[in-house]
Design a protein. Structure first.
Length: 394
């Protein structure tokens, strides 16, 4: 019953099997409607006037996002995407040579690049924590590192974009709280796929985007900021008039809440789309969507090895709805293109997306399949048939 409703709400399911939710999930009708309505309103009465008229709905979007991760609306900043959210959080620290950041080997490429840039320009030290034998950050290893050398920040990608593993974000949060170390969690692939409670996670910052498993529009995301960071007067380096008030020629005051991390200019149609996506995700979670997603991921992992030459690459004790594999007989980019012609959407990633992980696996590129709760086992089976057909003509 719920599956039929979810698919009826998702126009894109009529034409193709969309198994690329780790890239961008198909928007449900309420999200599309919210975006279109506001764009039409802007065209009819003007952009500023439309934002003023929809002020209540815009405020409700903050509450919807906060409700999804069990946080007050005042602790939510809306930003362009998860990478911007991470950048804003990183810029809230006064980095000095020798400052230590502990992260994982599996962190997202943009996060790794930002830390490497801070190392090159500000002289910070990056320490990647040891991994468990089965894959994923080792909490005991992090605890040992923290006891030996106190870091300025812990950074973790909860679900890496290039691997199906789920890292133990709550265990790292417990360490952060115990030692009173700020903790930045990239939940880009987790929001909409896993239940999230920022208090249970123990994070000070949580970064996410709308477009992936949350099924919102591209070009919008959010950053959660804890009361602890707000009380410590953390704010972004390049604060905007949205985030602060110019009180005197040589003074300013940051906004009291997380909006200090925002910039003034918004695509408000996307903000309203984000709010609609958060509400839809909350309703779907209540209706069993998260279990449905996990079941489809399991079905995908069971079926893929049936195709000769396909090797699953996922590591980790707990696995997500991101399924990664190698197909030696065809370049992943070519496989993705061929499948797209067959009406099946997947994605691929190069070595540069995850240098440490890819070098360990000794492959130049990988293939990624990411089902969600509105997909069906029949669509996964369609994928398997399409892969077989593609390989048969190679």
């Amino acid at each position: 019953m719920n599956l039929a409703r979810w698919r009826a709400d998702t126009p894109g399911t009529a034409g193709r099997a969309h198994l690329n939710n780790a890239g961008a999930g198909l928007m449900p009708a309420p999200v599309l409607s919210a975006i279109k309505h506001h764009l039409e309103l802007e065209a009819a009465i003007g952009g500023y006037e439309a934002a003023d008229l929809e002020a209540g709905a815009i405020t409700a979007a903050y509450h919807a996002v906060g409700g999804l991760i069990r946080a007050p609306a005042a602790n939510i900043a809306i930003v362009e995407n998860a990478t911007v959210a991470v950048a804003q959080a990183l810029s809230a620290f006064d980095w000095a040579p020798g400052d230590l950041v502990i992260t994982s080997e599996a962190d997202y490429v943009s996060n790794q690049l930002m830390l490497l840039s801070l190392s090159a320009r500000r002289g910070i030290e990056i320490l990647r924590a040891p991994e468990l034998t089965e894959g994923g950050i080792d909490p005991a290893g992090v605890e040992s590192l923290v006891r030996r050398r106190r870091p300025a920040l812990l950074v973790l990608s909860w679900i890496p974009t290039n691997s199906g593993m789920v890292q133990d974000a709550a265990a790292i949060g417990a360490i952060a709280r115990r030692h009173e170390i700020p903790y930045l969690l990239d939940a880009c692939q987790a929001v909409g796929q896993l239940p999230i409670d920022v208090n249970a996670l123990g994070c000070d910052f949580l970064a996410a985007t709308a477009r992936k498993f949350l099924r919102g529009p591209r070009g919008i995301g959010f950053l959660y900021v804890s009361d602890r960071m707000l009380a410590a007067n953390r704010y972004p380096l390049f604060i905007d008039l949205r985030g602060g008030t110019w009180t005197a020629p040589d003074r300013f005051e940051p906004d009291a809440g997380a909006r200090r991390f925002e910039n003034w200019e918004f695509a408000y149609a996307l903000v309203l789309g984000l709010g609609a996506a958060a509400r839809y995700a909350a309703d779907a979670e209540t209706a069993g969507a998260l279990d449905a997603t996990a079941a489809l991921a399991l079905h995908t992992r069971r079926r893929l090895p049936e195709v000769e030459g396909v090797t699953l690459l996922d590591r980790g004790h707990t696995k997500s709805a991101i399924v990664t594999a190698s197909v030696p007989r065809i370049a992943p980019a070519d496989l993705v293109a061929a499948l797209r012609q067959s009406g099946v959407n997947t994605s691929w990633f190069p070595r540069s997306a995850a240098v440490i992980d890819m070098d360990r696996k000794r492959i130049p590129a990988g293939w990624r399949i990411s089902p969600h709760y509105y997909n069906t086992e029949a669509e996964v089976d369609r994928l398997i048939a399409a892969v077989r057909d593609t390989l048969a003509i190679r």
